[in-house]
Design a protein around this ligand. Structure first.
Ligand SMILES: O=P(O)(O)OC[C@H]1O[C@H](O[C@H]2O[C@H](CO)[C@@H](O)[C@H](O)[C@H]2O)[C@H](O)[C@@H](O)[C@@H]1O
Length: 256
């Protein structure tokens, strides 16, 4: 069985087309796409072979590989172990090498502190839940909460409380709700990568609802690949993380 055996004929064709593009961008979500979910986000390591395949692709001429994650950039670098020439883009597309285009102003910082303390209050009576601080957001994590009712209650409290504050941007993900004081979109980040490189084809691979903002902004001829089940705007689908690793390794062979 070769990596290509896991791919639909349509996706195999699309990858052959991408492999022949003069300039190519490959943007990949991290959690749920390259790294299996775990309770502690600091321990979410890449699946075997994932970083190797990304680095092989990133070492090819006129090929830009980016990790495009909801995580903040520093956390993304730590858990993934990926480094240049792989481009790391954090905070849902708004945090690049050198940080954010514009730092948070005093109002945004005050709003962020209010959001964090409201989420900490929820955590204080929800055993297992925790808050992940980010430069422009705070995230309530409920994956480790054992009782499903308590998990749902904590999410509802976050939605009715800090998620309803003025001037915040809410993203619900897998067992998380993220409340940001800056709007960000993986779609805008993919457009920026395409603009910077002049790529004729962009590939974007992701598993979560937040990745739909990326799929929505792909151009005709670009290749969106959804990982796992669920509704999607992506044109192609693979079953799971090992299939993503196989796909990347196969693309590296085709383009190498
Ligand atoms: O855009 P991504 O790279 O997919 O990041 C999305 C969020 O991923 C992380 O949370 C998810 O993974 C955790 C570790 O496996 C898991 O515990 C949690 O339930 C998942 O939602 C990360 O912690 C968040 O900051 C990212 O926004």
């Amino acid at each position: 069985m070769t990596p290509a055996d896991d791919l639909s004929p349509e996706l195999a064709d699309a990858l052959r087309r991408a492999a022949g593009a003069p300039t190519l961008v490959i943007a990949c979500d991290y959690d749920g796409t390259l790294a299996p979910f775990v309770d502690d986000p600091t321990l979410a390591v890449p699946a075997p072979g994932a970083v190797d395949a990304l680095e092989r692709l990133a070492g090819l001429p006129r090929t830009t590989v980016a990790l495009l994650s909801g995580r903040n950039r520093e956390a993304l670098a730590q858990v993934s172990g990926a480094a240049a020439p792989v481009v790391l883009v954090g905070s849902h597309g708004s945090e690049w090498e050198g940080g954010f285009d514009t730092p948070l102003d005093d109002d945004e910082l005050a709003r962020l502190a209010r959001v964090r303390s409201a989420l900490e209050e929820i955590v204080s009576h929800t055993p297992g839940a925790h808050v992940e601080p980010k430069p422009t957001a705070a995230v309530l994590h409920v994956r480790p909460v054992e009782d499903p009712d308590r998990r749902r209650t904590a999410m509802s409290e976050a939605m009715a409380g800090p998620a309803a504050f003025d001037g915040v941007f809410v993203t619900e993900g897998k067992n998380v709700v993220e409340i940001a004081v800056r709007e960000a979109s993986k779609g805008a980040a993919i457009e920026r990568l395409v603009e910077q490189t002049g790529a004729e084809i962009a590939i974007f691979i992701g598993d979560d609802v937040t990745d739909e903002r990326g799929f929505a902004r792909l151009r005709e001829g670009d290749i969106g690949i959804k990982v796992g089940d669920g509704q999607t705007l992506a044109g192609y689908r693979v079953a799971d993380i090992p299939a993503v690793v196989g796909l990347l390794a196969h693309l590296a062979e085709l383009r190498g």
